[in-house]
Design a protein around this ligand. Structure first.
Ligand code: ZN
Length: 496
């Protein structure tokens, strides 16, 4: 793979912490550490979650494309995520296990496999490390001990809570979400008397397991399980260090999850954990929030198979992904039948141009300024991964490719090579769109040609009154699953 020119490596990232676009400079030159909060595997992955993971797939792919050596860590939450983000309710995985009468690890396995299958259907790259919460209980206990030692946590009846008020006296709590502790206190309705917590803002680092709780581990405070926010601090520190470059997740994780991660890491390591916080925006469906309870919801598998009441036809994963990239990752995107069908047309146009690109011949002059076009493609991606602007540039090039292929324009060999490398790099490596169209079309065309040849031979045999041969051709095709149909317009075929 040829690396982009050095002037194409000036990447700006919108940092959710400073609320500004900042020039990206990794902590260690040429290396990038990136952590993204992965799924809680208690249900089939949501299309909205897929958008978040596909946004970070684009980011991961682009960083690699720029030549960085990226370590991408994305966790699997397989314990500790309660029904209510604020430390109450049942564990989501344990609840599902109880309802379906199976082991919690069966729940975890089923939905982890589903998640991987869906991500692979979208042609998303797997992360470099995919750690699980249950695989890092010891690390989580060690962090709690450090936070207790620093005086920012307290134990109560076998549970350990983070003391937000105490932490806020020394360091600022709420800097990522912009929430002020005074407002949080004023707005809270939770009665202190009903809780073990000193203050309602405090959050659990360790929860005591009640006798009926299946998912439990021994700890210095008795049998229990870790609080949800803790696993990400434990696993990001372990694999990326106390300070690392990029931490990402869905917008909904900013508070309380990421705010708590910052507080835990600062209390434990006395240093700020993340240099660039990135948040992907949500996906709506027909203008409304996706929710299972209202039926305004569609699973990726239902989208691909067409087995749903919302879309008029099955949508290929590559088209759904292309559609998502036609919006910037920080904008809300609305999924609708009309919008995605329009996007599919654009996708076809782009892929047809990619196929034509291979057979274009060079000439002694160029009608198009390829160099400046390449600059604008990188300028788009370097402006906080602006994929919609990039796609607009790719459509411009698709127009040129069509003209060139019809002989209506000329291009020099140097420009042609530059156009091909840039198009292939951006379409296949960065957007991660599969090279599927040409192969599929070729397969269909080859089948058509072969069966039509057999139909011709059968017609000849019939004309010669060689019915043994003509019947044999029909029967052998039928055995192979190909049905011939004789009609007024001649013979056609269908696959059984
Ligand atoms: Zn997380």
């Amino acid at each position: 793979m040829t690396l982009p020119k050095s002037e194409h490596r000036k990447l700006s990232i919108y940092n959710s912490l400073t609320k500004e676009k900042e020039l990206f400079t990794p902590l260690v030159p040429e290396f990038v550490g990136m952590y993204v909060c992965g799924p809680t595997v208690y249900n089939y992955v949501h299309l909205g979650n897929c958008r978040t993971f596909l946004s970070f797939d684009l980011i991961y792919r682009y960083l690699k494309h720029l030549g960085y050596k990226v370590r991408y860590v994305r966790n699997i939450t397989d314990a500790g995520h309660l029904e209510n983000d604020a430390d109450s309710g049942e564990d989501r995985i344990a609840k599902k296990a109880r309802i379906e009468a199976i082991e919690p690890m069966e729940v975890v396995q089923r939905y982890t496999v589903d998640f991987h299958e869906i991500m692979s259907a979208f042609n998303a790259l797997p992360p470099d490390i995919e750690p699980t919460a249950t695989g890092h209980i010891i690390e989580q206990i060690q962090i709690i001990e450090k936070i207790l030692g620093a005086g920012y946590a307290y134990e109560k009846n076998g549970s350990v809570y983070f003391d937000v008020i105490k932490f806020n006296e020394d360091q600022q709590y709420g800097k990522l979400s912009g929430r002020k502790i005074e407002d949080m206190i004023a707005n809270t309705r939770e009665l202190a008397a009903q809780s073990e917590k000193k203050n309602p803002q405090d959050f659990a680092l360790w929860k005591k397991a009640e006798p009926q709780h299946i998912m439990r581990w021994p700890s210095p405070w008795g049998d229990g399980f870790p609080g949800w926010h803790l696993e990400c601090t434990a696993m990001s520190t372990k694999y990326l260090g106390e300070t690392f470059d990029i931490h990402g997740g869905g917008m909904d994780l900013k508070f309380p999850h990421h705010e708590c991660e910052i507080a835990q890491a600062e209390a434990c390591n006395k240093t700020t954990p993340v240099r660039y916080w990135m948040h992907a925006n949500m996906l709506t469906l027909n203008g409304k929030k996706m929710a299972k309870s209202t039926g305004n919801n569609i699973l990726p598998r239902e989208l691909f198979s067409g087995n749903n009441a919302i879309m008029s036809q099955p949508i290929r994963p590559a088209v759904a992904k292309f559609f998502m990239y036609q919006a910037h990752y920080r904008s809300i995107l609305d999924f609708s039948d009309q919008a995605i069908l329009a996007s599919e047309k654009g996708y076809q146009r782009l892929m047809e141009a990619m196929n034509k690109l291979e057979s274009i011949e060079d000439s002694d002059s160029s009608d198009y300024a390829i160099g400046p076009w390449v600059d604008s493609c990188y300028a788009a991606m370097n402006d906080d991964f602006n994929s919609p602007i990039l796609i607009a540039q790719l459509f411009e090039a698709a127009k040129w490719i069509n003209n060139l292929s019809e002989g209506g324009a000329k291009i020099t060999l140097d420009d042609l090579v530059l156009l091909r490398t840039t198009m292939c790099g951006l379409v296949y490596d960065v957007l991660g769109l599969p090279k599927e169209m040409e192969g599929q079309n070729n397969g269909q065309q080859q089948l058509d040609a072969a069966v039509n040849l057999l139909i011709d031979l059968r017609n000849q045999a019939r004309a010669n009154k060689d019915f043994a041969t003509s019947d044999a051709i029909r029967d052998r095709l039928q055995e192979a699953g190909i049905q011939l149909k004789d009609g007024k317009e001649g013979t056609s075929f269908s696959l059984r």
